[in-house]
Ligand binder design. Structure first.
Ligand SMILES: [Zn+2]
Length: 392
């Protein structure tokens, strides 16, 4: 990333001020007592910092059912002032690039979309053509923000399925078939004037879920995605764990079923058996005819016996993968997402059996959720990374 193309920091202040603002973003609405404990600050120091942050309009009072509610010991009964990020302070633009489409939206600082979701089909996958679409989508979002008299965005986040270096250069994008590294951030910045960062898509989803979704207020969260590929990311205290390696798909070949199909790398029954392409192959073998992933989905919904059998197997294997993640990474919650996550709902009982088979009976039950994220949510996720940068 060039020196100019950097998402700015929200305000000038001490490290404690920045850390406190970030904690309020992650855990808010939150009372001062648990916040002081979390940040290891005395209540006097925290009060001064909060006063400064309120002065800057970074933090506002309000909100209900906050993290740490009910804390406070002898102060129980007194109303507690809860703190949260000033969601109206600014906006950010996010987009998700797949092999054939880009979806963009703008969000407020509460993580919610404040514009429509704009879409462009990718006809030409050459970097110049894709970046031109991104620039057009930035214009669409900026125009609607202006029409609604909302604050100008502080930056643009673009999420890719692949690997990004220096927060700007996409050097591995298998769905776009790019051969050489592309400095997406620099080109978008040059052509829009808005600071632009590139991110891995699954990491972005995990980040959004940690700050604004299923993992809000939790100590740790794992996100696994199924679809064209298998994605995996992990956060601890709202921060990504080793985000750069995670984008290489570290859960792509986890052994799940000794009777499962062979993957292209020669593994038997690894997590590749959960991809759309593998499901199409497995279903074709069961049916003895060429079937697609969509055929499998349709037939599973129509209770065609072979489709039901495959759905049972797949759901058990999903449970096995969830158990492996829960056992080894020990997250407080596991979220299953991705364009094919709905398959896990075909047979929730088999998912539970798959988890139970590989989880000690006395270990805490795995907190597990299947979340359907439409494309606009993946765009929102990229925008939340911009908030994360703005609050670094
Ligand atoms: Zn494999």
């Amino acid at each position: 990333m060039t020196r100019e193309n950097t998402i700015p920091r929200w305000f000038d202040g001490s490290d404690n001020m920045h850390r406190t603002a970030r904690a309020i973003a992650k855990y808010g609405p939150v009372a001062q007592a648990p916040l002081a404990q979390l940040e290891g600050l005395t209540s006097g120091t925290l009060s001064r910092i909060v006063g400064d942050l309120e002065e800057l309009d970074v933090v506002v009072e309000g909100g209900e059912d906050g993290f740490g509610e009910g804390d406070g010991g002898e102060r129980r009964g007194r109303p507690q002032t809860l703190l949260q990020l000033n969601r109206q302070a600014a906006t950010a633009i996010g987009m998700k690039v797949t092999g054939d489409e880009i979806v963009a939206t703008a969000i407020d600082f509460g993580g919610d979309a404040v514009t429509a979701a704009y879409r462009r089909q990718i006809v030409d996958r050459q970097p110049d053509a894709v970046v031109a679409l991104i620039v057009g989508l930035v214009d669409d979002c900026e125009r609607e923000l202006a029409l609604r008299s909302l604050p100008r965005p502080v930056g643009v986040g673009v999420a890719f399925g692949g690997h990004v270096v220096d927060g700007s250069v996409v050097d591995y994008a298998p769905f776009l078939h790019w051969n050489d590294p592309v400095d997406v951030g620099a080109v978008v910045f040059e052509r829009t004037g808005l600071p632009c960062a590139a991110f891995n898509d699954v990491n972005s989803l995990a980040f959004m879920e940690s700050w604004f979704g299923e993992g809000h207020g939790l100590g740790s969260l794992a996100v696994v995605t199924v679809g064209a590929g298998i994605g995996y990311s992990l956060t601890a205290r709202g921060e990504l764990v080793d985000g750069s390696n995670a984008s290489y798909g570290l859960a792509a070949h986890v052994p799940l079923d000794s009777r499962g199909p062979l993957c292209t790398a020669g593994h038997v029954g690894c997590s590749q058996c959960l991809t759309d392409e593998s499901l199409a192959t497995q279903y074709s073998e069961l049916r003895g005819t060429a079937e697609t992933f969509d055929d499998f989905v349709r037939d599973a919904r129509d209770n065609v016996p072979q489709a039901t059998l495959l759905a049972n197997r797949i759901c058990f294997r999903i449970g096995t993968l969830v158990a492996a993640i829960a056992n080894l990474a020990m997250p407080e919650k596991v979220v299953l997402s991705g364009e094919s996550a709905f398959v896990a709902k075909f047979d929730a009982e088999s998912v539970r059996e798959g988890i139970a088979q590989f989880r000690h009976t006395q270990a805490a039950p795995v907190d597990f959720a299947v979340v359907d994220h439409p494309a606009s949510d993946w765009a929102r996720a990229a925008a939340t990374r911009v908030i994360g940068e703005y609050l670094r």
